[in-house]
Design a protein around this ligand. Structure first.
Ligand SMILES: Nc1nc2c(c(=O)[nH]1)N[C@H]1C(S)=C(S)[C@@H](COP(=O)(O)O)O[C@H]1N2
Ligand SMILES: [Mo]
Length: 224
């Protein structure tokens, strides 16, 4: 860090005022905020054009006919939905960038599904709910603060580029939380539990960051 006392006052004002404003804005960045295209790739990431597949070595087969979703825990109205039930909810389309902690990013992914905000309006989390834990059909879990889960561009997605989400990418239904590293976006979604405490998930107990903000490079658990 430079010593501000050594900087001429005029220069200090011009430089630091702007940089301080950037930092302040940065505190509240979500993936939704418009960015200049040159500043679109988070630090340490590289762009890919294909869509890599990452999983724990197995891709559970859950047809749309057999898929169910439980939304449970600290909510006023728990739900147990079939795929038809989910499809009957308001549908949202979202174009977003994907950032995986293994350093690939992929731009302009069109997802369609139920916005987490619309889900929350329906189930009504209780005031004491602070976190969610997502559980998947392959045994995977991941945790999110309720505000991250409720981001305006977060979706329970069942379609990508206008087609049903493929099994390898988490079909029938996966979460998509664009403003965090993609390990938070649980594939083959089975349940969403609203909790009054935090409970680190599969990667979070294996050295990965509890929040995972790609713009702050929150990759590993000892990162700030
Ligand atoms: N159920 C489940 N969800 C998961 C995973 C997983 O192994 N199981 N891997 C996570 C990781 S590390 C990443 S990067 C993305 C990969 O999604 P993709 O295969 O569609 O690119 O899914 C996330 N969601
Ligand atoms: Mo990942």
């Amino acid at each position: 860090m430079t010593d501000d006392a050594d900087t001429p006052p005029e220069a200090e004002t011009k430089l630091t005022r702007t940089k301080r404003r950037w930092a302040e804005e940065g505190r509240f960045l979500t993936g939704r905020m418009a960015r200049p295209d040159t500043d679109r790739l988070p630090p340490g990431q590289h762009l890919v054009r294909d869509w890599p597949v990452l999983d724990l070595g197995m891709q559970p087969t859950v047809t749309r006919e057999r898929w169910t979703l439980d939304v449970i825990g600290k909510v006023e109205h728990p739900v147990h939905w079939s795929f038809a039930d989910l499809s009957a909810q308001p549908q949202t389309q979202e174009v977003c960038d994907i950032h995986c902690v293994t350093t690939w990013s992929r731009y302009d992914n069109l997802f369609e599904g139920l916005a987490t905000r619309d889900l929350m309006a329906l189930v009504e989390p209780r005031p004491e709910a602070t976190h969610v834990v997502l559980a998947s059909y392959d045994g995977y879990t991941t945790n999110l603060a309720i505000d991250d889960f409720a981001a305006p561009d977060a979706l329970l997605a069942h379609a990508w580029s206008g087609k049903p989400l493929t099994q390898e990418h988490g079909g029938p239904v996966r979460l998509v939380v664009p403003h965090l590293y993609f390990w938070k976006s649980a594939k083959w979604l089975k349940s969403i539990e609203f909790r009054g405490d935090d409970r680190p998930g599969f990667w979070e107990v294996r050295g990965y960051h509890n929040r995972g903000d790609p713009w702050r490079e929150q990759r590993y658990s000892d990162d700030a």
